[in-house]
Design a protein around this ligand. Sequence first.
Ligand code: GAR
Length: 188
Amino acid sequence: MKTIAVFASGSGSNFEALAAACADGRIDARIGLMVCDRPGAYVNERAARYGVPTFTFRPKDYASKADYEREIVRRLREAGVELICLAGYMRIVSDVLLEAYPERIINIHPSLLPAFKGAHAIADAFAYGVKVFGVTIHYVNGELDGGRILAQRAFPYEGDDVGELEAMVHAVEHPLYVETVARLVAGR
Ligand code: GAR
């Protein structure tokens, strides 16, 4: 069975979708480490509930991004992690992680990339007046929301409630991330 890591900065609903799927066998893997850059983030409570080991740090406690990423890599190796799933981890990953895990880091993004990159994709697409929204899962490279696309799912929304839209995006994200990670760990 493979060991994966999930990185998150916020609520962690995608973390929980992956943790639940690992627990009930839909994904043939275990989460060996949850990495979080915000000590107060709700994802930490979710990880505790699932008994997933965590490494939660404050970036400002380190001299540089390379320094904290070296610490992350050390802990990932200790945990035997083979695949990294970014799930609302709001930082750009540097060469330290990319070189340690080449083609082994994926991300979920709440838009149909390459449209609406960045931290406010849902609000940006909504403000633009988009009528077809979606979710992308992609390999991570050194560019913001760049990297080869692994999976994408679109849906129409013509309403005027950004909260409702956000809930719809999450409802698409969770099963798509589970299916995609299940496929990757199975070598398909
Ligand atoms: C998700 O919608 C994810 O796609 C997005 O952050 C949210 C995290 O939610 N990621 C990005 O915007 C990355 N650029 P969660 O903490 O409930 O999983």
